[in-house]
Design a protein around this ligand. Structure first.
Ligand code: PLP
Length: 496
């Protein structure tokens, strides 16, 4: 299977796409064609466990990887999840289901990809005969950083450095990263916001001098953000698995269509849902849910992406983002895979902060996607009401998706001509990962201390506290340094 750049002629293998991360022309790698999953294959997958299902899907994209070895790697990765199932589906009311993706080592959905990516990368390097060590650089607004650190900790031939904005992550996220284990990890706070942090990392990637220095010391740069196809691919698998679980529990018949509501930031998660649809999964609408940072809602309604606006800090920090990188992959598809046009639009985004798609493109996009956003107050209300009514606590990101999903479902229920379909809400983080905000939503009480928040939520909900979060409380903080953006590369040099 080959991959092509969204902006040009570059064509590489799966291993190359993972190792390189981003195409030489600045574009993102996308599969040359979408591999198909037939109804017969879907039926065969019904009896499989999660790692087996994932091996079926991933094997279609990474066909140069050994199938048995891939399955073994997936078993090992998902063996690190609590309670055995990496992506359980929970029914909360008729026609509404939660896909819980937070049972991994860092309690957010990014674990589903970042526990698998080290294998894809290391094996990819072996296949390509790359002798250098790999240095992974990550700029994070919280969840990616921790999940990448856990995924790559003590990985052979890899070092990982994570930069986070000093004041742009939650207390729990900072603690999770500061207490990270592993001999090959570095965590550094950066003075400034997420954009400063991200710009600093991008600068290192773009600098010939930095690359030369790294090369002399035997390192090759790579990334673990969702622009890397190795991050995206494992996410396709849980859309399949959720669907299969609905069939095997007799909620739907094979072939019925299902909608998904996804709390969206960088557009990686929901794009994986679209890829699943292109592979043949009977998906109806993909509902793109945003918080007050509603750039995507405007795009899906009017066809213009315009990020010239203020960035708000919200209770769902992993969705506080103005430039959703993975949208490039989507507009590439709906332009009829027109790389020149995609390149032009991305140049316009870089120069003026916006671009538009043609009305006929928007029309086709809207056959697959709908979008909505919700206020902080409505998110809080939704979390409160859902817990009161169904005894189901959810995190603030999931609360955004649920709030948008309920509004959408209500509207459709009123429309007698509309097909009524089950809705799966993708639950991206454990409520214990954002304890202060979740406690506030559930009770109206503010607590200063994260662990006090965790205890109160437990007393209220009796939901099991993840071992990984419990353990942090008594761990020494290893990483405390905070540097200005221009000192970031200096920290990397010291680290190597
Ligand atoms: C990263 C993240 C998101 C956003 O996912 P994207 O793939 O960037 O759209 C949503 N919720 C949580 C908890 C996250 O960590």
């Amino acid at each position: 299977m080959y991959f092509v750049s969204t902006r040009g002629e570059e064509r590489v293998t799966g291993a190359q796409a993972v190792v390189q991360g981003i195409a030489g022309d600045g574009g993102l790698f996308v599969p040359e064609r979408f591999p198909e999953v037939s109804a017969q294959e879907l039926e065969q997958m019904l009896g499989m466990d999660y790692p087996e299902r994932a091996a079926c899907i991933l094997g279609k994209y990474f066909d140069e990887y050994d199938g048995a070895e891939l399955l073994a790697a997936l078993r090992e990765a998902y063996g690190r999840f609590e309670d055995g199932d990496a992506a359980p589906l929970v029914k909360v009311e008729n026609g509404m289901y939660m896909l819980e993706l937070f049972h991994g080592p860092t309690c957010a959905f990014k674990d589903l990809a970042l526990t698998v990516m080290p294998y894809l990368l290391r094996k990819g390097c072996d296949m390509l005969g790359i002798k250098e060590n790999i240095l992974i650089l990550v700029a994070t607004s919280g969840d990616t950083g921790k999940a990448a650190l856990e995924g790559f900790r003590d990985a052979h031939g890899v070092k990982i450095a994570v930069f986070y904005p000093e004041d742009g992550v939650s207390k729990m996220q900072k603690l999770q990263m500061g207490t990270q284990d592993g001999d090959n990890v570095l965590v550094v706070g950066v003075k400034g916001n997420f954009d400063d942090c991200q710009a600093g990392v991008k600068k290192i990637f773009a600098s010939q001098a930095c690359r030369e220095t790294l090369k002399e010391r035997g390192y090759l740069l790579s990334s673990a953000n969702s622009i890397n196809f190795g991050r995206l691919a494992p996410q396709i698998c849980y859309y399949f698995s959720a669907y299969l679980d609905l069939v095997s529990s007799d909620q739907i018949k094979l072939g019925d269509r299902v909608d998904f509501a996804v709390p969206t930031g960088n557009f990686g998660n929901i794009l994986a849902g679209y890829y699943a649809k292109r592979m043949g999964l009977p998906v109806g609408t993909l509902l793109c849910a945003s918080n007050k940072n509603n750039v995507l809602t405007d795009f899906f309604r009017h066809g213009t992406y315009d990020c010239k606006r203020p960035l708000y800090r919200t209770m769902s920090p992993s969705m506080d983002i103005l430039v959703s990188s993975n949208l490039e992959r989507l507009i590439f598809e709906f332009s009829g895979r027109d790389a020149a046009l995609t390149k032009e639009r991305m140049a316009s985004l870089a120069a003026s902060g916006k671009y538009s798609v043609r009305p006929e493109e928007l029309k086709t996009i809207r056959e697959h996607f709908r979008a909505g956003y919700t206020s902080e107050d409505d998110t809080v209300d939704c979390i409160y009401e859902f817990f009161t009514e169904y005894g189901y606590p959810m995190d603030t990101h999931t609360g955004v998706a649920m709030s948008v999903a309920e509004r959408y479902a209500r509207k459709r229920a009123e429309d007698i001509s509309a097909e009524q379909r089950p809705m799966v809400v993708v639950s991206t983080a454990s409520p214990y990962k954002f304890p202060q905000d979740v406690l506030y939503a559930l009770t109206g009480n503010d607590v200063k201390d994260s662990f006090k928040g965790i205890k109160r939520i437990f007393l209220l909900t009796a939901m099991k506290v993840p071992e990984a979060l419990k353990a942090i409380r008594y761990k020494p903080i290893r990483f405390k340094d905070v540097v200005p953006p221009d000192k970031m590369f200096g920290e990397v040099e010291k680290f190597l």
